[in-house]
Design a protein around this ligand. Structure first.
Ligand code: SF4
Length: 238
C-alpha cells in the first residue's frame, strides 16, 4: 500500500513539474476545470503547488446539482473562488429560440450547436490571450484521446495544450483522490465515470466504456463536445 502511494506521489510530482515547466515556457497558463475526477487531481496540484495557473469552469446552465455542490465544496477546501464562465446570454436566447430548450436530442447538428453556445464559445473567450491551456484527458478515456500528446499545438484555438495526466490510469486518479480525501462529484459513486451536462450524461452499465454515458444516442466517434478534437493534430515539439 505504501509503495502504491509513493508511486502516486511521484506521478503527482511529475505533473507538478510539467505544469511549472509550462508556466516557464508559456507564461500565461489556464486550466479548464471539467470538475470530473481528473479535475480533482489537477485542481489539488495547481492550487497547492502551481498557483500561477488560473482555473476556470464553464457553467453551461445545464449541470447537475451535484456538480454545483462540488464547486462549493472545492471552494471551502481551498479557500479560493472558482471562476465560472457562462454562455453569452443573447446567443443562448437565439439558440433556444431556434432549436428549443432540449433541441440537442434531435440531431447531431443541433447538439453541436448547443455545445458551441454553452461550452465552446465560453471556453474560447476564457482562454483568449493565454499561452497554453491545461486539460485532464487520459489515454484510457477514448480511442481519440489515446493518440493525444503531453504537449500539442492546439491550432483550433491558437495556443498550446498541456495534458499532464495522459499516462494516469483511472485507479491512480482515485488513489490520489482517496489518499488526500479530496472532494469529488458524488455522481461518481452512482456509475457516472464521466460527467457533463445533466441532460447529456447518464450512468453506465457494467461492461460499458466509461464514456458510454455521454451523448449515448450518438455514434461513439462523435461523442466529444469540440474542446478535444476527434482527429488528432501533429504533436507539438516539447
Ligand atoms: S452537453 Fe448537452 S446540454 Fe451541454 S452544451 Fe452540449 S448539447 Fe448542450
Amino acid at each position: 500500500m505504501g509503495e502504491v502511494l509513493n508511486l502516486i506521489e511521484e506521478k503527482a510530482e511529475a505533473v507538478r513539474a510539467a505544469l511549472a515547466a509550462a508556466v516557464r515556457a508559456h507564461r500565461r497558463v489556464i486550466y479548464a476545470n471539467s470538475l470530473g475526477a481528473e479535475a480533482m487531481v489537477l485542481t489539488d496540484i495547481i492550487w497547492t503547488g502551481v498557483p500561477e495557473i488560473e482555473i476556470f469552469s464553464i457553467d453551461t446552465g445545464r449541470l447537475h446539482q451535484e456538480t454545483y455542490d462540488l464547486m462549493e465544496r472545492l471552494q471551502w477546501r481551498y479557500r479560493r473562488t472558482l471562476r465560472l464562465v457562462h454562455p453569452d446570454a443573447a446567443a443562448l436566447e437565439r439558440l433556444t429560440g431556434a432549436r428549443g430548450v432540449n433541441g440537442f436530442y434531435h440531431s447531431l447538428d443541433a447538439r453541436l450547436a448547443c455545445c458551441q453556445v454553452r461550452k465552446i464559445e465560453p471556453f474560447t473567450r476564457a482562454i483568449a490571450g493565454f499561452g497554453a491551456w491545461v486539460t485532464g484527458v487520459r489515454r484510457e478515456q477514448s480511442a481519440a484521446r489515446a493518440l493525444a500528446q503531453p504537449l500539442e499545438w492546439d491550432a483550433q484555438h491558437g495556443l498550446y495544450k498541456v495534458s499532464p495526466l495522459l499516462e494516469w490510469s483511472e485507479a491512480e486518479v482515485w488513489q490520489y483522490i482517496r489518499g488526500r480525501e479530496l472532494p469529488y462529484n458524488r455522481l461518481h459513486d452512482r456509475q457516472f465515470p464521466s460527467i457533463g451536462c445533466a441532460p447529456c450524461t447518464r450512468a453506465i452499465q457494467p461492461g460499458e466504456s466509461r464514456r458510454a454515458g455521454r451523448w449515448w444516442w450518438e455514434q461513439p466517434e462523435s461523442r466529444e463536445c469540440g474542446l478535444h478534437p476527434r482527429v488528432r493534430p501533429a504533436a507539438a515539439e516539447a
